[in-house]
Design a protein around this ligand. Structure first.
Ligand code: BG6
Length: 476
């Protein structure tokens, strides 16, 4: 379904995120026929580039980041919608020109794909020059602050010039197809919801494992670490979608109100429920410290936490969260382990396992419900566990057609739908929970435990579950 005609300005239009995600995503939406003919994309950045030069840069980005099969002769049509303005975010250059380009009666969206330190300057100039109107939307990227104080300051700066309904804070995990599917599974089926509580659920595991290291991002990452880079945002969002109460409607504030309640109900995490790791050198590769360019760095590239939610539904149900870089496999999943039936009627308990609902986020998106059945054959009533397998690849005809998270979210901005974006109070609440955890390990001077690249993380993380009589699922 085509969206309304828009002018989308990308600040940082020559930057890494624009090249990797935003422009290739827009191109795919263009190919899908979702971008009305009169819509335009205006790249804005510091460099003096001609329009032709900018278009060539975008052509190269698409050649690099869009799968070959999706590249198309229609690219000329896409490129013809691109314009470029050289702009100085902290000065005067370019703003009058940008204003001259904006059209009346079309959706105006401004993507701040720049360092957060520039958000305030850009917001101020957009409103001073009358470039943004009361219907304009701004899109801001993570990191949204590095603690509660800085997130509040950012919210305040944006609020000076824009209403909350105009601000789209991106967490690209919310744009992932399977993450949205999580809500469909929970709230469009009667099967799961009655069991979705402490009475029937033993524990939940959320894993986001990556094989990549920090490589070229060491300077940013070393100031951030896995807690700020992944847990405060992406893992927190996943946890919210699992733990939230059913919203009364799939509408932005209804959904975000429910997520906010979960974040506010998170208990403080004691030091013994946190394991931090840092990958060491491998056979042919340097370790984290070399990439971080800081031989004394105590920043974690891995973290595991046991998190508890202090409310009626989740009383006593631990949520084990873990995420890390340079791990054995790229594998993100949520696993919900149910309790055992109250009474065992079968003598054979040898093959016994609990029911587990595994929601696989990436790769190989899908769901598995592990159930117990009778082992086929004449051997009596022996039990075995089998998966009820719902692989999305089978359900979707062309997996390539599934929009990438960014594509989906940018189109939501144009449609004016904030459901999959974070509200200011939500981000602040997430930092309010995160801050004391980080302050705690900084005050104690904790060092992360070194783990081997290509492993499943630090040994201590195993203990986090073993001592509760549970086990992490294998990363694969
Ligand atoms: C980003 C983090 O937000 O998410 C990166 O800054 C991380 O460190 C990335 O690699 C993971 O995203 P995805 O979509 O590849 O799981």
């Amino acid at each position: 379904i085509p969206v309304d005609v828009f002018d989308l300005v990308i600040f940082g239009g020559t930057g890494d995120l624009a090249r990797r995600k935003i422009l290739p995503g827009l191109y795919r939406r263009f190919l899908a026929g979702q971008m009305p003919a009169e819509s335009r994309i205006i790249g804005a950045a510091r460099g003096e580039l001609s329009e032709a030069e900018y278009r060539e840069q975008v052509r190269a980005a698409i050649a690099e980041f869009v799968p070959k099969a999706r590249q198309d002769t229609a690219i000329e049509g896409f490129l013809s919608r691109l314009q470029y303005v050289a702009i100085d975010a902290t000065g005067t250059n370019g703003w009058a020109q940008l204003k001259g380009l904006m059209r009346e009666n079309v959706v105006r969206a401004f993507y701040f794909s720049v360092a957060p330190g520039l958000f305030g300057d850009i917001a101020q100039r957009l409103s001073e020059h009358g470039i943004a109107d009361a219907w304009s939307r701004i899109v801001v990227e993570k990191p949204f602050g590095r603690d509660l104080a800085s997130a509040r300051a950012l919210n305040a700066v944006l609020a000076r010039h824009f209403n909350e309904t105009q601000i789209y804070r991106i967490d690209h995990y919310l744009g992932k197809e399977t993450v949205q599917n999580l809500m469909a599974v929970r709230f469009a089926n009667i099967l799961f919801e009655p069991l979705w509580k402490a009475e029937y659920i033993d524990h939940v595991q959320i894993t986001v494992a990556e094989t990549v290291g920090v490589n070229g991002r060491g300077a940013y990452y070393d100031k951030s670490g896995a807690m700020r880079d992944m847990v405060q945002n992406h893992l927190m969002q996943l946890l919210c979608l699992i733990a939230m109460e059913p919203p009364y409607h799939f509408d932005p504030d209804a959904v975000r109100d429910e997520k906010l309640k979960v974040i506010r109900a998170l208990k403080p995490v004691p030091p013994e429920d946190i394991v931090r790791g840092q990958y060491g050198p491998g056979k042919d590769e340097p370790g984290y410290l070399v990439h971080a360019e800081n031989p004394a760095s105590r920043t974690e590239s891995y973290i595991a936490l046991k998190v508890q939610i202090s409310n009626w539904r989740w009383q006593g149900v631990p949520f084990y969260l873990r995420t890390g870089k340079r791990l054995r496999a790229r594998a993100s999943e949520i696993a919900i382990t149910f309790k055992q039936p109250p009474h065992a009627i079968f003598d054979d308990a040898s093959g016994w396992h609990e029911n587990v609902l595994v929601i696989r986020l990436q790769p190989n998106e899908g769901m598995n419900l592990m159930v117990m059945i009778k082992e086929p054959g004449p051997g009596g009533m022996r039990l075995m566990q089998v998966p009820l397998d719902m692989s999305f690849a089978d359900a979707i005809e062309d997996a390539e057609d599934v929009p990438d998270a960014y594509e989906r979210l940018i189109m939501d901005v144009i449609r004016g739908n904030q459901t999959l974006f974070m509200r200011g109070d939500e981000v602040e609440a997430a930092w309010a929970w995160t801050d004391p955890i980080i302050e705690g390990w900084e005050a104690r001077g904790d060092r992360p435990q070194v783990y081997d690249p290509g492993s499943s993380g630090p040994e201590d993380a195993l203990m986090l579950m073993h001592r509760d009589g549970r086990r992490w699922r294998e990363i694969r």
